[in-house]
Design a protein around this ligand. Structure first.
Ligand code: DOR
Ligand code: ZN
Length: 336
């Protein structure tokens, strides 16, 4: 099975030693990825974007990989500032305040008039807005409740491309078709698991993430659009590494580390559901190219149906399915 120019449209690469340890797990098999800005402190200036990009390029060594950089949204961003940084970024990421890892400096309230200057500037400059869509309500309802905020934003800023990040519910899936300017990323873990896998038996900290995995009918709705490669959805792993001690702890950090096995799991998933390789190609790259208007580096990944034993850890980070066998392996990666 061959995939061309795989793209991960939602990736956490972290910084420092973690970045150095895990960057190649994505850079080896993906042509590029949208890099999330939730560092401590978050990425909010042109200088920080450029410096972070350089640290990423240093960490990936000889791999051919494009980090598509993002800024952490702040309602005080002016059009002048955004215009000055436009060439260095691919998107801006909006987090509700305190909703997930390192999001304390995010937005509260979602008052359209308060957000208008910054969001109109993004719209005018044609910079997509990526959104972590969760309210601070009951954990299972947070994303569905946020759909009304997506609707408010999509209506108030009809030319702004809004990406609903890592969607997990049927409510988000149906919102896609109601608003021309709403798009979505979907992770591999949310296509595979439900809350039962996280907490139905013994608690599985390495499957705990935000938004939390939902009900079977939600997963079915995600599968439906992913497997047919609905043109408004694209793959975004939300691979979010945390050190083992931060996951296997009283107070488990949110995030599932899937970067090294994402393509293999997608190959298996599409095969199990009898979905075509063309659809997988569209989901893993072509849809994102159209939505974002990016032309990725040429990279070809050949996968083979040969069991791969997922390592117990990668430099102290435990991946999804650690110690288990998955059906596909990476055979070869070539680039031109
Ligand atoms: O589970 C998550 N982990 N969800 C997010 O939105 C952020 C991420 C992280 O940065 O660890
Ligand atoms: Zn994320």
């Amino acid at each position: 099975m061959q995939l061309n120019a795989p793209l991960d449209m939602h990736l956490h690469l972290r910084d420092g030693e973690m970045l150095e340890n895990i960057a190649t797990a994505s850079a080896h098999t993906f042509s590029g990825a949208i890099i999330m800005p939730n560092l401590v402190p978050p990425v909010t200036t042109k200088e920080e974007v450029l410096a972070y990009k350089n640290r990423i390029l240093a960490a990936i060594g000889d791999e051919k990989f494009t980090p598509y950089m993002t800024l952490f949204f702040n309602p005080n961003y002016t059009k002048e500032f955004l215009a000055s940084v436009k060439n260095e970024i691919t998107a801006v990421k909006l987090y509700p305040a305190g909703i997930t890892t390192n999001s304390e400096g995010g937005v509260s309230g979602f008052d359209v008039e308060e957000l208008r200057p910054a969001l109109e500037a993004l719209s005018d400059l044609n910079i997509p807005l990526c959104v972590h869509g969760e309210t601070n309500g009951f954990v299972m309802d947070r994303e569905a409740e946020f759909v009304t905020i997506y609707e408010k934003l999509a209506t108030a800023f009809p030319k702004l491309k809004i990406i609903m990040e890592h969607i997990t519910t049927k409510e988000s899936v149906t919102a896609l078709d109601r608003f021309e300017n709403l798009y979505a990323t979907i992770t591999i873990h949310h296509l595979l698991i439900t809350l039962d896998d996280v907490a139905g038996g013994m608690l599985k900290p390495h499957l705990f993430c935000k938004p939390i995995a939902k009900r079977p009918e939600d997963r079915d709705a995600l599968l439906n659009v992913a497997l047919k490669a609905h043109p408004k959805v694209m793959f975004g792993s939300d691979s979010a590494p945390h050190p083992k001690h931060a996951k296997e702890a009283c107070g488990c950090a949110a995030g599932v580390f899937t970067a090294p096995i994402a393509l293999q799991l997608l190959a298996e998933l599409f095969e199990n559901h009898h979905a075509s390789i063309d659809n997988l190609q569209n989901f893993i790259s072509n849809n994102a190219q159209t939505i974002y208007g990016v032309t990725p580096l040429q990279k070809t990944v050949i996968l083979e149906k040969k069991p791969f034993m997922v390592p117990l850890d990668y430099h102290g980070v435990v991946p999804m399915y650690a110690g288990e066998k998955i059906a596909y392996s990476i055979k070869e990666v070539t680039h031109t």
